[in-house]
Design a protein around this ligand. Structure first.
Ligand code: RAT
Ligand code: ZN
Length: 416
């Protein structure tokens, strides 16, 4: 057919335009609205000391871990810059991310001039910089990770502030489920009458705590990350708290519960935040939860590559399960491509393709840029397959579908 090449090019540029222009709902980040002051991180030094880069930089550097942590942030950034950008090419995904950010901001990283980069960032005010980054990244709304257990964050909530509609809240409850004995003492301090064991009165007080913080934060979902050895059902505090407090609370408020499965915390504690690892989770436990609680909604991402296929198959079986994102160690182009292709082939459009997990504001630029590049490739193949089967997707249909993958399906799942 003479015009096949032309039609393929037209399809490709249509998909490219749609994917680049569709605004994103970033459903999981570690960013904060400007009202949170210093908790909102941004700028070149923060980009360089991102824990993804620290883990890579300290593989190359010879400085003892403890000495590294004693340095100021800018000294740490200089070590990472030297090790990963000057002494070898910045070829890893996390390093490439820094370059994409600088490039999209209009800065010339190839000058290799760290002081000049710092000067550029110093001209910005946080408010204006948030607008700039969100616009460049094409992010419409983003979800923060909000923890009442965080000593810096809690007082800000208690004091109150003017909400920023673009920054939504997710109530993060890891310490409640992963370290009950210590958390029980904190709840007692805050006026909740809980006991050491998981009894009915304790569960009801935990529900009161969850209610108070859901209301205070206007939380849109609850969230936890769990280690590979998490099991449900089980005679563990985590399983009993989930069943007796978290899930009933979510049902009462119509909120999803987000499970991030497969993180092994502090595999190397000397690396601090950079020291967490991965392990394969038991998705039978997730199946048990989805089956036992059809009135609950589960947003789920898994850290282990080996769990990805099982998660997608499970989502075919349970409409109360919504897979999302390529999390952390899977947020690298070749796995994003693999996982997204597989999810589309098994689930169509009923999942959320990505979340940024950005900890530093500027990172939304590269995380979304890189994901969009992969999505264009995958979607082009998928729509070209449809064309080859005699189906012609319209531009409006492709726009609708991409919106679905970049937040639309998530909103529908939360609302239903
Ligand atoms: O991706 C990350 O930055 C990790 O450190 C974790 O924060 C992870 O995303 C999580 O939310 O537990
Ligand atoms: Zn995260």
């Amino acid at each position: 057919m003479p015009n096949t090449g032309f039609r393929q090019a037209a399809l490709h540029s249509l998909i490219e335009r749609v994917v680049k222009n569709t605004p994103v709902i970033d459903i999981h980040t570690h960013l904060y609205a400007p009202a949170f002051g210093n908790l909102l991180l941004w700028g070149i030094d923060e980009l360089l000391v991102y824990h993804y880069l620290v883990a890579e930089g300290l593989r190359c550097a010879t400085i003892p871990y403890d000495r590294f942590w004693q340095l100021s942030k800018s000294e740490q950034a200089e070590i990472i810059w030297k090790e990963l950008f000057q002494e070898r090419s910045p070829i890893s995904e996390a390093c490439r991310g820094v370059l994409t950010v600088l490039h999209r901001l209009g800065l010339d990283a190839k000058e290799r001039d760290l002081p000049a980069l710092r000067d550029w960032f110093n001209q910005w005010s946080p408010g204006a910089y948030v607008d700039h980054c969100m616009e460049l990244a094409g992010v419409r709304t983003l979800y923060m990770t909000n923890s009442p257990f965080d000593e810096e964050e809690r007082p800000i909530w208690e004091a109150g502030f003017e909400p920023d509609e673009r920054f939504r809240t997710a109530l993060r409850i890891d310490p409640l489920l992963t370290d009950w004995p210590k958390t029980a003492l904190r709840l007692i301090d805050w006026g909740y009458n809980v006991g050491e064991g998981i009894s009915a009165p304790t569960l009801s007080e935990v529900r009161r705590f969850l209610r108070d913080w859901t209301t205070r934060m206007n939380a849109r979902y609850l969230m936890v990350s769990l280690p590979p050895d998490f099991r449900y059902p089980a005679h563990t505090e985590a399983a009993e708290l989930i069943e007796g407090a978290v899930l009933p609370h979510c049902r009462d408020h119509g909120l999803p519960f987000a499970l991030m499965l497969g993180v092994k915390r502090a595999v190397n504690p000397r690396l601090r935040l950079a020291g967490d690892g991965v392990g394969r989770s038991d998705l039978q436990s997730l199946q048990n939860l989805c089956a036992a609680f059809p009135e609950n909604k589960f947003l789920v991402t898994v850290l282990s590559r080996e769990n990805q296929h099982e998660l997608a198959v499970l989502a075919r079986k349970f409409r109360n399960l919504h897979p999302f994102g390529c999390w952390w160690f899977t947020n690298i182009p070749h796995l994003i491509e693999d996982i997204t292709r597989m999810r589309i082939e098994l689930l169509g459009l009923s999942f959320t393709a990505q979340h940024s997990d950005a900890r530093v504001l500027d990172q939304i630029i590269y995380k979304w840029d890189h994901t969009r590049q992969v999505l264009i490739k995958v979607l082009y193949d998928k729509y070209a397959d449809l064309v080859a089967s005699g189906w012609e997707p319209t531009a409006t249909e492709i726009e609708r579908d991409v919106h679905e993958l970049l937040g639309g399906a998530f909103e529908r799942f939360c609302a239903c």
